[in-house]
Design a protein around this ligand. Structure first.
Ligand SMILES: [Zn+2]
Ligand SMILES: [Zn+2]
Length: 445
C-alpha cells in the first residue's frame, strides 16, 4: 500500500517535472468525465435496452415490466434497489463513502399515441387507459431514451466507483405525463425512506437542437399546467328552426375565440400564458342542433397570480358568453391541475453544470435555451426543497434540423407519432453528460 502511494507520488512529481499534462483522473483516481471510448464500449448494451423499451411501452402507473427491467439492471450493478415506490417507481441507491447525495431521475411512462415513425422496432402495443378504453401506446416523449441513458450512466458510475465519493440515488419515476408520478413517489417516502438528495438532476430530449447538444436554462424553465373542461348548455332542436333553439355549437365557438382575447387583451404581454382548446365535441349530425357542447382546454402559466387570474377570466368569459346567448344554464367549468409548480432550475447549480459540460463537450455543444411553456413534474423535487436542474439534450439529426430551419416546417417534436430521436448520437451524449454532471457534483464535498 505504502509502496503504491510512493510510486504514485513519484509518477506525479515525474510528470510535473516532465511538463506532462495529467488529467484529474490520472493523478487522484477521480474521474472528471467519461471518455467517448468509455461510452462507446457500453453503447451496444444500452441501445439494445432502448430498442426493447421502445417496442414495449407502458402507460402511466402501468410501467411494471419497464420498472422490472431497470431494477434488474441496477441490482446487477450492486445498487440497493426498491420497486413499487409511488406505485410503479424504482429507487436504486449506491452508497460510496462520504460525500454529497445526488439523484438522477428518469421517467418510465409512455403516451397513448399510435406510432408512425416507420422504424423497424416501432411500437404496435395497445393498452387500457385509466378510463378503461383501449388505446395505442408509444414512447413518443423519449422516456425510453432517458431510461437507456440512465442505465448506461448507472453502469459507468458502478464500474468506476473508485472515481467518486458520495451517495448516488437513481430514480425511475412513473407517470410523468400528467399522471402525478413525482408526487406519488414523494408521498411514498422518496426523500424520507431513501437518502435525501443534495442535488436532483434530469435530462430530457429536445426537438430544437442538434443531436448531442446540451441545453440549459437557469431559473424558470417550464410552465405550470392546468386542464379545464367546460360544458356549455343550449336548447336543442331542428337545424332549420334555429330561432326555437339556443345553439350551443355557436356559443362554444364564440367562447373558443373569446378565450384568446384573454391572452391578447387582458394579460400583460410580458407574462407568458397559453390557452389551447384541444378538444370540442357536440352534436350527432348536421340537421340537429344539440343540447350541449363539451370543450377541453390546456392552460399554461408561470406564476400563481397569473394562473389564478387566467382561470378566473376563463370562467367569466364562459359565463358571460352563455348569458349573451341566452343559454338556459350557466356553463360548468371544472379545473384539474396537472402540474401546479413551474420547473425552476437552481441558478448556481445549472451554471456550474453548464460550465463543466462546456469543458468536456466543447463550448458550442452546450447552449443556453429559452424557457418553454411545456410542463414537467420534475418541478416537484425542487418544490420539495432540493436544488435541482432539468437539462435538455438535442435529439435531431443536424441535417434535418437545418432543412427545418430553411423551410420553416418544424421537425416532429416530442408527443408527435413521428418523434424519433437521432438514436446513437443522442444516447451517447446523454450518458456522457449525465456522468459528467454527476461527477462534477460528487467532486464538491
Ligand atoms: Zn411528454
Ligand atoms: Zn417527457
Amino acid at each position: 500500500m505504502r509502496l503504491v502511494r510512493s510510486l504514485g507520488a513519484l509518477l506525479l512529481v515525474g510528470s510535473l517535472l516532465a511538463g506532462t499534462t495529467w488529467s484529474f483522473a490520472q493523478t487522484s483516481g477521480a474521474l472528471r468525465s467519461p471518455t467517448p471510448a468509455e461510452v462507446d464500449a457500453i453503447y451496444s448494451d444500452i441501445e439494445a435496452l432502448y430498442i426493447d423499451l421502445h417496442q414495449h411501452p407502458e402507460l402511466a402507473f402501468q410501467e411494471v415490466q419497464t420498472a422490472a427491467k431497470l431494477a434488474a439492471r441496477v441490482k446487477a450493478l450492486g445498487f440497493d434497489v426498491a420497486t413499487g415506490v409511488g406505485r410503479t417507481g424504482v429507487v436504486a441507491v449506491m452508497r460510496n463513502g462520504p460525500g454529497p447525495t445526488v439523484m438522477l431521475r428518469t421517467e418510465l411512462d409512455a403516451l397513448p399515441v399510435a406510432e408512425k415513425t416507420g422504424l423497424p422496432f416501432a411500437s404496435t402495443v395497445t393498452a387500457k387507459n385509466a378510463a378503461g378504453e383501449t388505446v395505442p401506446v408509444m414512447h413518443a416523449c423519449g422516456h425510453d431514451l432517458h431510461m437507456a441513458a440512465w442505465a448506461g450512466t448507472a453502469r459507468l458510475m458502478a464500474d468506476h466507483r473508485d472515481r467518486w465519493r458520495g451517495t448516488l440515488v437513481l430514480v425511475g419515476q412513473p407517470a410523468e405525463e400528467g399522471g402525478g408520478g413525482a408526487k406519488a413517489m414523494l408521498n411514498d417516502g422518496l426523500f424520507t425512506r431513501f437518502p435525501r438528495p443534495d442535488f436532483a438532476l434530469s435530462f430530457h430530449d429536445d426537438d430544437t437542437m442538434p443531436a448531442g447538444t446540451i441545453g440549459y436554462r437557469p431559473g424558470l424553465f417550464r410552465a405550470m399546467s392546468d386542464s379545464l373542461s367546460i360544458v356549455v348548455y343550449g336548447r336543442g332542436g331542428h337545424a332549420a328552426m334555429p330561432h326555437a333553439t339556443v345553439d350551443p355549437v355557436v356559443l362554444a365557438s364564440r367562447i373558443v375565440i373569446s378565450l384568446q382575447m384573454i391572452v391578447s387583451r387582458e394579460n400583460n404581454p410580458v407574462d407568458p400564458i397559453v390557452i389551447t382548446v384541444g378538444s370540442i365535441h357536440g352534436g350527432t349530425q348536421g340537421n340537429v342542433i344539440p343540447d350541449e357542447v363539451r370543450l377541453q382546454l390546456s392552460v399554461r402559466t408561470y406564476t400563481p397570480e397569473v394562473r389564478s387570474r387566467t382561470i378566473a377570466a376563463i370562467r367569466r368569459v364562459a359565463r358571460a358568453e352563455a348569458e349573451a346567448a341566452a343559454a338556459p344554464r350557466e356553463p360548468q367549468v371544472v379545473v384539474t391541475p396537472s402540474s401546479d409548480a413551474p420547473v425552476v432550475n437552481d441558478v448556481q447549480l445549472t451554471l456550474r453544470l453548464a460550465d463543466r459540460l462546456k469543458q468536456v463537450l466543447g463550448e458550442p455543444n452546450v447552449v443556453e435555451m429559452p424557457p418553454k411553456m411545456t410542463s414537467e413534474d420534475f418541478a416537484e423535487y425542487g418544490r420539495a426543497g432540493v436544488r435541482s436542474a432539468l437539462l435538455h439534450i438535442g435529439a435531431v439529426d443536424p441535417a434535418r434540423l437545418k432543412t427545418a430551419r430553411e423551410t420553416g416546417i418544424p421537425v416532429p417534436a416530442p408527443h408527435s407519432p413521428e418523434w424519433a430521436p437521432d438514436r446513437a448520437t443522442t444516447l451517447k451524449a446523454a450518458v456522457r453528460a449525465e456522468v459528467t454532471a454527476l461527477l462534477e457534483l460528487f467532486r464538491s464535498n
